[in-house]
Design a binder for this molecule. Structure first.
Ligand SMILES: *Cc1c(COP(=O)(O)O)cnc(C)c1O
Length: 643
């Protein structure tokens, strides 16, 4: 259940029992504090993450239309027959604009913000908010059984098991809304006074409608003068006091991201984003950055010989920073291209007019070290740097890093490695491997948030770049390094909160240990590989070349297969997969990095199998083997349980 972003407010009603006080205003424009109650309600919705508010209007609709002019996130929809129809007819009006699950509210409510927060963080779909006894004399009682709503009535006697009193704030899924509107199309023919409460009751026997009871919630609807007085003297002041003490937090959903970054993060990393406001030029923040810089080097065992330089950018930014800062103007870089990220390095060099010599092969092909050696020797006078991708995420191939870096060392060439998707996922010893610049980002195997990238530089090499005339500004490696070294501040504004999340992610990495993480990732991969094989899928790469962090899978030839359909099916169930790119055979990709567990992969396989069964997609029909592994963790039994 993701956070609900849309709200529908029913505001068409006439408020005939309040004639005296309304003076030609709709009920939402009653006022107890600084603003009309509808505006207070909207402010509470915004506080809890709503960004699209639909108000169904009728009586004195101009008032609401003016509100929609004031607030860009409010739109009004008129219910032309509001005076003679029930609330369900009004609720049908915004159907074309209801794109998702939404919160349904009545316009004449005052309530604590806690009411919205409770529904937003509830895992229960279709959830109606109930309160304890109000004594308002206008109660709608809600009958419940087995944790579900069964009926609602103003007559207490009609209720067998009382769940509580209806507040008039509910969370409605899009699916339930569709059922409601189709049922209403029928019912309203006979009964123009059909109310949404009746509609929910009618559907409750076939669809699970849950409830959440807040015993002491301060709230009231304003339907008559008695409500008015009680609101003014008692309830409104109480709400104000309680709201000022409420910290609005929200439920954060975990998704299983099987795309190659940003990877799934732990809850603790997510929460680390929420920090006190702080100016990044304060010492406290400088200390945080310094600690992170040291630990980023420690992760690849750089000791005192390396420095980390951080950038506020995605990973590509740091690759660009490195290439555009370290290659002397009269020299060339040899770029290894066997995937999209090798190609990207060439594009960066083209942009900056940095001379480069290319080693291009088909994407997914393993490197031929001899051919690279020949190129290096042939252009020995010209080449200052060798640039390659460690784990080429395009296909999941692990390139020959140490062979090539040792070769480069012999020829006096410095090595730049894009280790974006292997850093912290595969142990790397930067010193032993003879790497001069290693580039990575915060949001892949280190399991932090996106928006931060870094280059881990051999200090000796970095110092030498001081005299290269800069062809960049923001991305100049040496300048950024020198600025931080002197000032203990970053040169440009950093993404402050992302740093705190990275701090937490690094701590969690050290807690898991280098070996622990590598083993967990290897296990995720193994479970995935075995499962996919059992389902009949084939892989693009030979086993020996696989990095085991990402798998490129050959797409089924079956005409019933379509990537986008499979993607959507899995996405709806909480799993995000990734399309392939640029290889000779069509593939899709599954990355097994991030804060994932074996059970996540097993669950994924179960849903994937269910998809294949549902679409009758057959892979290698004759060779289909029985599913391997323990029956309790993967296989038909589980599929049956899950469906
Ligand atoms: C993810 C990745 C990048 C950087 O991509 P961004 O979208 O800029 O973060 C670069 N190289 C490799 C090998 C990658 O996997």
């Amino acid at each position: 259940m993701v956070n609900v972003r849309q709200a529908v407010i029913l505001g068409a009603g006439l408020g005939c029992r309040l004639n005296g006080v309304l003076n030609g205003r709709p009920k939402g424009f009653l006022q107890f504090g600084r603003r009309p109650i509808i505006e207070e309600s909207i402010a509470k919705l915004i506080r809890t993450g709503i960004n699209d508010v639909i108000i169904v209007t009728g009586y004195c609709f101009e008032f609401y239309d003016r509100l929609a002019e004031k607030y860009p996130f409010v739109r009004t929809i008129q219910s032309p027959e509001f005076a003679t129809t029930g609330s369900m007819m009004s609720l049908c009006m915004p159907a074309p604009w209801v794109q998702s699950d939404f919160l349904l509210l009545e316009s004449d409510l005052i309530y604590e913000v806690r009411a919205l927060q409770t529904l937003q963080s509830s895992a229960r779909e279709n959830c109606i908010l109930l309160s304890g006894k109000t004594g308002s004399s206008d109660e709608v009682y809600v009958g419940v059984r087995d944790n579900r709503v069964v009926n609602m009535s103003k007559c207490r006697g009609a209720i067998e098991w009382l769940g509580g009193e209806l507040v008039g704030i509910s969370k409605i899924t899009r699916a339930l809304y569709q059922q409601m509107t189709s049922l209403a199309a029928e019912k309203c023919k006979q009964n123009r006074q059909y109310q949404y409460e009746d509609c929910l009751t009618d559907l409750s026997s076939t669809t699970a409608i849950h409830y959440h009871r807040l015993e002491n919630l301060a709230w009231t609807e304003i339907d008559n003068e008695q409500h008015m007085n009680k609101a003014l003297n008692e309830i409104y002041p109480l709400i104000q006091r309680r709201d000022s003490e409420t910290v609005v937090s929200k439920h954060v959903e975990r998704r299983v991201l099987l795309n190659p970054g940003p990877a799934t993060t732990t809850d603790t990393v997510k929460y680390a984003l929420v920090v006190d406001d702080i100016c990044p030029r304060e010492k406290e923040f400088g200390d945080l950055v310094e600690g992170i810089r040291q630990d980023l080097v420690r992760i690849v065992h750089g000791g005192d010989a390396y420095e980390a330089v951080l950038f506020a950018s995605s990973g590509t930014g740091a690759v660009e920073a490195c290439l555009s800062s370290v290659v002397p103007h009269d020299k060339s870089v040899l770029i290894i291209n066997n995937g999209a990220y090798g190609k990207r390095m060439q594009q960066i060099c083209d942009g900056y007019e940095i001379k480069h010599i290319d080693y291009d092969i088909d994407w997914g092909e393993p490197l031929e070290c001899n051919a690279i050696e020949r190129l290096l020797t042939q252009h020995r006078q010209d080449i200052s740097h060798l640039a390659l991708v460690h784990h080429e995420t395009t296909v999941g191939i692990l390139n020959e890093l140490s062979t090539l870096s040792h070769l480069a060392e012999r020829l006096g060439v410095e090595v730049i490695v894009d280790a974006m998707s292997s850093y912290a996922g595969i142990p790397i010893d930067i010193k032993d491997s003879g790497i001069h610049y290693l580039v990575a980002s915060a949001n892949k195997c280190i399991q932090g948030m996106a928006g931060l990238s870094f280059v881990i530089c051999k200090t000796e090499s970095l110092e030498k770049t001081k005299d290269i005339k800069p062809i960049n500004l923001y991305f100049n490696l040496y300048q950024n390094y020198a600025y931080f070294s002197h000032k203990h501040e970053m040169q440009f504004t950093p993404p402050v909160q992302v740093f705190y999340a990275l701090r937490q992610a690094i701590n969690e990495y050290f807690l898991e240990t280098e070996q622990g993480r590598a083993i967990r990732y290897a296990t995720l991969y193994d479970v995935l590989e075995k499962g996919l094989q059992a389902l009949g899928f084939r892989f693009l790469l030979e086993t020996e070349y696989r990095a085991k962090l990402l798998t490129a899978i050959i797409e089924p030839k079956d005409t019933r297969y379509a990537f986008s359909e499979m993607h959507d099916y899995l996405y709806e169930r909480g799993f995000t997969i990734y399309p392939g790119k640029g290889t000779l055979q069509n593939t899709f990709r599954i990355a097994t990095i991030g804060a994932l567990t074996e059970q996540d992969i097993v669950n994924f396989l179960v849903h994937l199998e269910a998809y294949l069964v549902e679409k009758e997609i057959r892979l290698r029909p004759q060779q289909r083997e029985p599913i391997v592994g323990p029956r309790s963790s993967l296989g038909r039994t589980i599929v049956e349980q899950a469906v």
